[in-house]
Design a protein around this ligand. Structure first.
Ligand code: SF4
Length: 352
């Protein structure tokens, strides 16, 4: 896995000053050739050794991720299966709204959510920060990207340093508005500590928390290897960051028929989220062959939407993108990877 910090160090060894490195990153992250710049001659500006290495640098950056297959859907989204330099594959999704892109932070995932195909794989390896931002550079060769959500394969809090390094680069050289960088997590004490420590000169992302239940026991069944934080305490930590950052907390809730779509859950959500700086995203489950869960009926989804909004919980009903093309996270990889679902993790979870 390649980190941006390693790449920067290699460029520094070739004589690059911070402004040269920032320039090259900017060109790459906007899908523009490194050796061109309309305003000045590269020969007059870049150190000689760096200039000579540009073709090799460009080749290395392009090799970080390449499109194996692209699957456009009727809703305007496109799910892409990407190959990394070592042949491992991850998914990213061009979203139909807001020029958004959903990126992966790990190959597989250790959390093991019972409704997610990626969770059945275990963690195969971490992505380096360069591999995370490469998904954006690659997507920009196809269309504009103005928003990046870290909701693809993997749990960002389990690859925290690389994810935060990628966020800094996307907010600076990548030109993406800080509020448009949405870090999604099941919640982890270290994540809240690191977010709180981001200073005024650093890029602060928006935060999305995957809650899925207000009851600790039910949540532990659904997200078996997520940190054991009480749902109310988890929300409070997220809301604290929302108040500090000025961005509303996004609360993710995959609606599962007969599991977390009951009146008990709705009643418990109201005092937790009413009049708080939060948006509750209810996501009716996208059914997956081989996994046990079912989607609630459209009538029940409407009832839930009305009940919560009428009681002061700002609720949106969101449908996951690209449902007609293996829309659940991890399905493309599971269908196409030769080793596929059920492959045992080859590395232990490493927390960064
Ligand atoms: S839903 Fe997210 S955290 Fe849960 S297993 Fe899938 S990728 Fe991991």
């Amino acid at each position: 896995m390649t980190q941006l910090s390693e790449i920067r160090q290699r460029w520094q060894a070739l004589g690059a000053k911070p402004e040269h490195a920032a320039h090259l990153l900017r060109r790459w992250l906007h899908a523009r050739p490194l050796h061109e710049d309309g305003r000045r001659r590269m020969e007059d500006w870049l150190p000689k050794a760096l200039l000579a290495a540009l073709p090799a640098i460009e080749q290395e950056l392009h090799a970080l991720a390449r499109v194996v297959s692209s699957h456009p859907a009727a809703d305007g989204s496109a799910r892409c299966l990407l190959a990394l330099a070592d042949g491992q594959t991850v998914e990213s999704v061009l979203l139909p709204r807001s020029e958004g892109l959903c990126v992966s932070t790990q190959v597989g995932c250790a959390v093991g959510c019972t409704f997610c195909m990626t969770g059945t794989m275990g963690l195969l390896r971490q992505l380096g920060s360069a591999e995370i931002v490469a998904q954006v550079a690659l997507a920009r060769t196809q269309r504009a990207v103005a928003k990046v959500v870290f909701m693809g394969m993997g749990e960002p809090a389990h690859n925290l340093s690389a994810t935060l390094e990628a966020i800094q680069a996307l907010g600076r050289e990548g030109g993406i508005g800080h509020k448009q960088l949405v870090l999604s997590s099941v919640g982890d004490a270290r994540l809240f500590e690191r977010l709180a420590a981001l200073g005024p000169g650093q890029v602060r992302p928006a935060l999305a928390l995957s809650l899925h239940s207000t009851q600790a026991e039910r949540r532990a069944e659904l997200l078996p290897r997520a940190p054991r934080l009480e749902p109310a305490a988890l929300l409070e930590a997220g809301l604290r960051y929302a108040r500090a950052s000025g961005y509303p907390l996004q609360v993710q809730w995959t609606l599962l028929h007969g599991v977390n779509d009951g009146d008990d859950e709705l009643a418990a959500l109201v005092p937790l989220l009413r009049a708080q700086p939060a948006i509750l995203n209810m996501i009716p489950y996208n059914e997956v062959d081989g996994l046990p869960h079912r989607r609630p009926s459209p009538e029940r989804c409407t009832e839930i939407f009305r009940f919560l909004n009428q009681r002061g919980v700002l609720t949106r009903m969101r449908y996951s993108a690209g449902q007609d093309v293996d829309g659940g996270c991890g399905q493309l990889r599971a269908r196409t990877a030769p080793t596929g679902v059920g492959q045992r993790p080859v590395v232990r979870l490493q927390l960064a």
